[in-house]
Design a protein around this ligand. Structure first.
Ligand code: ATP
Ligand code: MG
Length: 321
């Protein structure tokens, strides 16, 4: 009861498990068994499901399994995300949404899709570019120390990816360390578009509870207090700020190390507390950059394009030499 009262006071819209986002107004067509993507890296070759042999499991996600696979003829390595035939409708819809976004994107900072397969038996699979270091979350959990210089390199690439997506009216809506892939050259790609949205009009409603609650910006819980006209793009910037903080601190910034998240406490902290900030030891430039991302009022948050001109990421080539 107390929580319900609190939510009313907060002007919170309660998350509906079956919200309209998840219920299309018309049935979604399944992709044909092989689709060649439109992005440049795959324009010359078509990879079919039969070309790929599974090597091993890379990880399990929400309803799907990702395998490392090898092309039988070229020996090229890819990642194959398979959503099983018995997954619930929402999960299958997410992969179709992911496919539709990946087919539109062509950026060095967004994971590439090389093919989509409707496997006999009902599984759906996406063949993606393989990233040999996994996700930023994996690196963090393995004890990688993210220096400011390393974070600046990562941040430049994620921002470039976000600038690309936002300029194509795509909002990611679930940016976090486990959705950013990395390879041994520290090339970084945004992945996981299962809850992303393509904005068809400026005022498209997009304030639904999809994505990971912990990385959601205050205006997603309470748009009237934190920015008025919710545009969605600023939400991705908030998530980027939290992601960078988390990588630098080694734990999720709203929680103490080892503390278990509690949905209601977290939501209240996001809405009522001051945004988390960097420890004293961090540079002033980095602190300022984080402040530009973590403005609670979404209208004061910098855009991806503006942040690319911030000294923390500008002149990145000079910094890495
Ligand atoms: P969620 O369902 O919340 O997105 P997740 O991100 O862990 O969880 P997946 O996106 O299905 O789930 O990915 C599972 C794991 O597979 C990832 O954590 C990552 O380690 C690995 N993985 C996914 N895509 C790739 C890829 N393109 N290259 C290398 N590894 C990958
Ligand atoms: Mg993921």
């Amino acid at each position: 009861m107390a929580l319900v009262r609190e939510r009313r006071q907060l002007n919170l819209r309660l998350p509906l498990p079956e919200n309209s986002e998840r219920r299309p107004r018309f049935p979604l067509p399944l992709p044909p068994s092989t689709i060649t993507t439109t992005n440049s890296s795959s324009s010359t070759t078509t990879i079919t499901a039969a070309d790929l042999e599974k090597l091993h499991v890379l990880g399990h996600g929400n309803g799907g399994t990702v395998y490392k696979v090898r092309h039988k003829h070229t020996s090229a390595i890819y990642a194959l995300k398979v959503v099983h035939e018995d997954s619930d409708t929402a999960i299958r819809r997410q992969i179709l949404r992911e496919v539709s976004i990946l087919r539109r994107t062509d950026s060095p900072y967004v994971i590439r899709c090389h093919g989509v397969y409707d496997i006999p038996g009902g599984d759906i699979a996406i063949c993606m570019q393989y990233m040999d270091m996994g996700t930023l979350e994996t690196l963090m959990k393995n004890g990688t120390k993210f220096s400011e210089q390393l974070l600046s390199r990562i941040c430049f690439q994620v921002l470039s990816g976000l600038e690309y997506l936002h300029s194509h009216k795509i909002i990611h809506r679930d940016l976090k360390p486990s959705n950013i892939l990395v390879n041994n050259k520290i090339e970084v790609k945004i992945s996981d578009f299962g809850v992303s949205k393509i904005m068809h009009r400026t005022l498209d409603p997009c304030n639904s509870y999809v994505g990971t609650c912990a990385y959601m910006s205050p205006e997603r819980f309470d748009p009237d207090t934190y920015g008025g006209n919710y545009n969605g793009y600023a939400g991705d910037i908030w998530s980027l700020g939290l992601t960078l903080l988390e990588l630098f601190m080694g734990h999720f910034p709203y929680l103490l190390e080892g503390q278990r998240p509690d949905w209601a406490t977290l939501m209240c902290a996001i809405c009522f507390d001051e945004p988390p900030s960097l420890p004293e030891s961090a540079s002033e430039i980095f602190k300022n950059f984080i402040q530009c991302c973590l403005q609670k009022d979404s209208s004061k948050r910098w855009s991806a394009t503006q942040l690319l001109s911030h000294p923390f990421v500008r002149d990145i080539e000079l910094k890495s030499t």
